[in-house]
Design a protein around this ligand. Structure first.
Ligand code: FES
Length: 161
């Protein structure tokens, strides 16, 4: 047993240093930067909101995954959409959306891992998450909803053209 540095064997010392290095590596990664790497799997994508997988997005409170569930799109009204990462900023769990495809009236998205809550714009409402979800930028043109990881216009939502 290694109770202090003097009594540590070389093997025990190495084991302790390896654990410390792993811990430091995890801290250096940072939850946000790890999540960001997942988010970087797409830069711009376009969905057709008349397709069955996305048809809920034609109605207010409709919510759907896009990009292999890495992102979420929310229909706030017939003219305003929000999009954000589906990866919780606390410890990286994937946020769940209702099977019905519509958020309840409270408009809260709850992380199933530790119960952090986010708004329909991806803002933290309740911890343990400390950071908002990574925001994306939707623009609707007809039935085509383009979502980008970089701003396409100055608005948070978008208007039908
Ligand atoms: S991972 Fe979401 S609250 Fe902990």
């Amino acid at each position: 047993m290694c109770k202090n540095s003097v009594s540590c064997s070389r093997r025990e010392f190495c084991q302790k240093m390896s654990l410390a290095a792993l811990t430091a590596g995890a801290a250096a990664c940072g939850l946000e930067s790890c999540s960001t790497r997942l988010d970087e799997k797409f830069s711009t994508t376009t969905i057709d909101i008349t397709q069955p997988a996305y048809s809920v997005l034609q109605q207010p409170t409709g919510i759907a995954y896009i990009e292999a569930n890495l992102a979420i799109v929310y229909c706030a009204s017939a003219t305003v959409y929000y999009a954000f990462s589906s990866i919780c900023t606390h410890a990286g769990c994937q946020l769940s959306i209702p099977a019905s495809g519509f958020l309840p009236a409270d408009g809260i998205i709850t992380c199933g891992c530790h119960n952090a809550e986010f708004s329909t714009q991806g803002q933290v409402l309740k911890g343990p998450a400390q950071r908002n979800l990574t925001k994306y930028y939707p623009v609707l043109s007809g039935h085509a909803l383009m979502i980008s990881t970089t701003p396409l216009n100055a608005d948070t939502g978008t208007s039908k053209s």
